[in-house]
Design a protein around this ligand. Sequence first.
Ligand code: SF4
Length: 303
Amino acid sequence: MTELQKKILDLKQEKDAIILAHNYQRPEIQDIADFIGDSIELCRKAMSTKAKIIVFCGVDFMAQSAVILNPDKKVLIPSKGALCPMAQMLPADYFKLWQERYPGVPTVLYVNTLGEAKALCDVCCTSANAVKVVEKIPSERVLFGPDSHLAAYVAKRTGKEIIPVPEGGYCPVHVLFEKEDLLKLKQKYPQALLMVHPECPAEVIEVADFTGSTSQMCRFAKETEAKQLIVGTEIGLIYRLRKENPDKEFIPANPEAICTAMKTITLEKVYLALKEERYEVTLSDEIISKAQQSLEKMVEIVS
Ligand code: SF4
């Protein structure tokens, strides 16, 4: 453990704080986190903690969700640059226009959206439960955003008409995977299974052995008998996979699949976040209350 990591842990205790880190965070941050997981797992953890301060090592929409679900706690994000480009692709005003264009069509938003947009939708979903949420909605037409690849994945599995909003929304990391590269890797490692995230393009998902969220990939990697796995998501997950499965080999499907927004968070910034209690994430009471309903509706639908 480095001196800086020790200082962070001391300060964390002194301030009665908890550090939550997304699966895509840098290894040195994962190592000092109290909990590592996907966006919803982190929010659930935030709900169950008694700590006064939550240092959220993830991107903007995730920290906002932590605030929405824990309005009485102080949530800090260590970097102002941790802005998810996909979440920015669906500003609330633009989403409202689409809702007006399709009156009466239910709206489902992936949790990778900002609080203002979440507050406008009927129900939220995660990459792990998107298919289930859309299946349970009593309508054959659904407005879905902001990821058009996840929308296509959901359309294929539910047989419903999914209208993507915005058209062509995408995660800049998951579109970096290409079918031809993956087929070459599968040839090179014939025993390996290929796992990909549903934010990947359809032709990539077609050649995968398993498609799921990061938490579903972690479970699959533990449970499968395969000893080699090709990982088609952001590179940060591989650190956790290797730690949890030392007897297995994890091969990055694309070593350049790096989320720069996630990587703006460094140990120095975590230290300063704790020391100066910065940068506090806030939302208006109205947004919190409406977005809470969209998230609660998701929980109600899938449980
Ligand atoms: S991996 Fe993609 S969706 Fe996730 S935070 Fe980064 S840019 Fe956003």
